[in-house]
Design a protein around this ligand. Sequence first.
Ligand SMILES: [Zn+2]
Length: 175
Amino acid sequence: MADKWSKHIWKSETVCKCNCGLNRMSPDIIKAAEVARFGVNIKCYNDPKYWDILFRQPDYPDEIKLCITSGSRCQAHNDKPQKEGGAGGSRMSEHIAIPPKPTMKSSDVGQSSQAFDGWFYYLSNGKQIRIDASEVLIYMWDMEFIGGLILYPKKRFHVSTGRRYASWKDLRGAK
Ligand SMILES: [Zn+2]
Protein backbone atom coordinates (compact mmCIF):
# COMPACT_ATOMS: atom_id res chain seq x y z
CA MET A 1 0.00 0.00 0.00
CA ALA A 2 3.01 2.32 0.17
CA ASP A 3 2.33 3.53 -3.35
CA LYS A 4 -1.43 3.82 -2.84
CA TRP A 5 -3.71 5.98 -0.70
CA SER A 6 -6.50 3.43 -0.85
CA LYS A 7 -7.43 0.33 -2.80
CA HIS A 8 -7.95 2.15 -6.13
CA ILE A 9 -6.17 5.49 -5.72
CA TRP A 10 -2.48 5.76 -6.52
CA LYS A 11 -0.25 8.29 -4.78
CA SER A 12 1.35 9.15 -8.11
CA GLU A 13 -2.01 10.59 -9.22
CA THR A 14 -2.18 13.25 -6.52
CA VAL A 15 1.41 14.47 -6.16
CA CYS A 16 2.03 18.18 -6.86
CA LYS A 17 2.74 18.68 -10.56
CA CYS A 18 5.73 21.01 -10.05
CA ASN A 19 8.04 18.14 -9.00
CA CYS A 20 8.36 19.45 -5.43
CA GLY A 21 7.19 16.05 -4.20
CA LEU A 22 4.43 17.44 -1.98
CA ASN A 23 1.63 14.91 -1.63
CA ARG A 24 -0.71 15.32 1.31
CA MET A 25 -4.35 14.32 0.90
CA SER A 26 -6.98 14.38 3.64
CA PRO A 27 -8.61 11.02 4.44
CA ASP A 28 -12.00 12.48 3.44
CA ILE A 29 -10.97 13.46 -0.07
CA ILE A 30 -9.35 10.05 -0.59
CA LYS A 31 -12.64 8.48 0.48
CA ALA A 32 -14.43 10.67 -2.08
CA ALA A 33 -11.94 9.71 -4.82
CA GLU A 34 -12.30 6.03 -3.97
CA VAL A 35 -16.08 6.33 -4.29
CA ALA A 36 -15.73 8.29 -7.53
CA ARG A 37 -13.47 5.66 -9.07
CA PHE A 38 -14.80 2.38 -7.68
CA GLY A 39 -18.07 3.04 -5.90
CA VAL A 40 -19.52 4.75 -8.93
CA ASN A 41 -19.27 1.54 -10.96
CA ILE A 42 -20.80 -0.61 -8.23
CA LYS A 43 -23.69 1.81 -8.01
CA CYS A 44 -24.29 2.41 -11.72
CA TYR A 45 -24.14 -1.25 -12.73
CA ASN A 46 -26.00 -2.76 -9.79
CA ASP A 47 -28.70 -0.25 -8.97
CA PRO A 48 -31.44 0.05 -11.65
CA LYS A 49 -32.09 3.60 -10.41
CA TYR A 50 -28.84 4.64 -12.10
CA TRP A 51 -28.98 2.57 -15.26
CA ASP A 52 -30.19 5.43 -17.42
CA ILE A 53 -26.87 7.20 -16.75
CA LEU A 54 -25.32 4.34 -18.73
CA PHE A 55 -28.09 4.15 -21.33
CA ARG A 56 -27.76 7.87 -22.09
CA GLN A 57 -24.20 7.36 -23.34
CA PRO A 58 -23.64 6.84 -27.08
CA ASP A 59 -22.38 3.31 -26.33
CA TYR A 60 -23.22 1.31 -23.24
CA PRO A 61 -19.92 1.59 -21.30
CA ASP A 62 -18.23 -1.47 -19.78
CA GLU A 63 -16.70 0.59 -17.02
CA ILE A 64 -16.78 4.21 -15.96
CA LYS A 65 -13.21 5.37 -15.45
CA LEU A 66 -11.94 8.31 -13.44
CA CYS A 67 -8.97 10.39 -14.56
CA ILE A 68 -7.47 12.44 -11.72
CA THR A 69 -5.65 15.49 -13.05
CA SER A 70 -4.85 17.40 -9.86
CA GLY A 71 -4.65 16.63 -6.14
CA SER A 72 -2.10 18.20 -3.82
CA ARG A 73 -0.55 21.51 -4.79
CA CYS A 74 2.12 23.56 -3.08
CA GLN A 75 1.19 27.24 -2.80
CA ALA A 76 3.74 28.25 -5.46
CA HIS A 77 2.45 25.80 -8.08
CA ASN A 78 -1.16 26.62 -7.24
CA ASP A 79 -0.62 30.38 -7.60
CA LYS A 80 1.40 30.20 -10.83
CA PRO A 81 -0.73 31.06 -13.89
CA GLN A 82 -1.57 28.23 -16.27
CA LYS A 83 0.22 29.90 -19.17
CA GLU A 84 3.43 29.67 -17.11
CA GLY A 85 2.92 25.96 -16.42
CA GLY A 86 1.22 26.38 -13.03
CA ALA A 87 -2.21 25.32 -11.85
CA GLY A 88 -3.68 28.82 -11.92
CA GLY A 89 -5.77 28.04 -8.83
CA SER A 90 -7.46 30.51 -6.54
CA ARG A 91 -5.18 31.71 -3.73
CA MET A 92 -7.18 29.87 -1.07
CA SER A 93 -7.73 26.74 -3.18
CA GLU A 94 -8.60 23.58 -1.30
CA HIS A 95 -5.92 21.79 -3.34
CA ILE A 96 -3.21 23.58 -1.36
CA ALA A 97 -1.23 21.37 0.99
CA ILE A 98 1.32 22.63 3.49
CA PRO A 99 4.07 20.46 4.98
CA PRO A 100 4.50 20.59 8.77
CA LYS A 101 6.98 23.28 9.77
CA PRO A 102 10.32 21.92 10.98
CA THR A 103 9.82 22.82 14.59
CA MET A 104 10.04 21.15 17.97
CA LYS A 105 6.35 21.82 18.48
CA SER A 106 4.50 18.62 17.68
CA SER A 107 1.27 20.58 17.24
CA ASP A 108 2.14 21.79 13.72
CA VAL A 109 0.71 19.25 11.33
CA GLY A 110 0.55 21.51 8.28
CA GLN A 111 -2.41 21.10 5.98
CA SER A 112 -3.69 18.38 3.66
CA SER A 113 -5.34 18.89 0.29
CA GLN A 114 -9.11 18.52 0.38
CA ALA A 115 -9.77 18.50 -3.35
CA PHE A 116 -9.14 16.71 -6.59
CA ASP A 117 -9.88 17.54 -10.23
CA GLY A 118 -10.56 15.16 -13.06
CA TRP A 119 -13.12 13.75 -15.42
CA PHE A 120 -15.12 10.58 -15.98
CA TYR A 121 -14.82 8.65 -19.22
CA TYR A 122 -15.23 5.27 -20.78
CA LEU A 123 -13.44 3.61 -23.65
CA SER A 124 -15.15 3.02 -26.96
CA ASN A 125 -12.90 1.35 -29.55
CA GLY A 126 -9.91 2.70 -27.65
CA LYS A 127 -11.27 6.25 -27.73
CA GLN A 128 -11.98 8.20 -24.53
CA ILE A 129 -15.56 9.41 -24.27
CA ARG A 130 -16.15 11.77 -21.37
CA ILE A 131 -19.26 11.55 -19.20
CA ASP A 132 -20.93 14.48 -17.53
CA ALA A 133 -19.85 14.44 -13.86
CA SER A 134 -23.14 15.81 -12.60
CA GLU A 135 -24.83 12.66 -13.87
CA VAL A 136 -22.28 10.24 -12.51
CA LEU A 137 -21.87 11.84 -9.11
CA ILE A 138 -25.56 12.33 -8.47
CA TYR A 139 -25.68 9.50 -5.97
CA MET A 140 -22.86 11.00 -3.92
CA TRP A 141 -25.41 13.48 -2.64
CA ASP A 142 -26.84 10.67 -0.59
CA MET A 143 -23.54 10.38 1.18
CA GLU A 144 -22.33 12.39 4.10
CA PHE A 145 -19.82 14.48 2.20
CA ILE A 146 -19.13 17.97 3.42
CA GLY A 147 -18.01 20.00 0.47
CA GLY A 148 -19.06 20.15 -3.10
CA LEU A 149 -18.70 19.74 -6.80
CA ILE A 150 -17.76 22.38 -9.34
CA LEU A 151 -18.30 21.67 -13.01
CA TYR A 152 -15.85 23.07 -15.57
CA PRO A 153 -15.98 23.12 -19.37
CA LYS A 154 -15.13 19.91 -21.27
CA LYS A 155 -16.79 17.78 -18.57
CA ARG A 156 -13.96 18.39 -16.14
CA PHE A 157 -14.86 18.72 -12.47
CA HIS A 158 -13.56 19.59 -9.03
CA VAL A 159 -14.60 17.68 -5.91
CA SER A 160 -13.86 19.00 -2.46
CA THR A 161 -14.55 17.80 1.04
CA GLY A 162 -13.77 21.19 2.55
CA ARG A 163 -16.37 23.66 3.68
CA ARG A 164 -15.63 26.44 1.25
CA TYR A 165 -18.09 25.58 -1.49
CA ALA A 166 -21.73 24.63 -1.81
CA SER A 167 -22.78 21.40 -0.17
CA TRP A 168 -23.90 18.34 -2.13
CA LYS A 169 -27.39 19.02 -0.87
CA ASP A 170 -27.40 22.56 -2.27
CA LEU A 171 -26.31 21.24 -5.65
CA ARG A 172 -29.12 18.72 -5.83
CA GLY A 173 -31.63 21.50 -6.43
CA ALA A 174 -29.34 23.47 -8.73
CA LYS A 175 -29.04 20.83 -11.49
ZN1 LIG B 1 4.72 21.84 -5.87
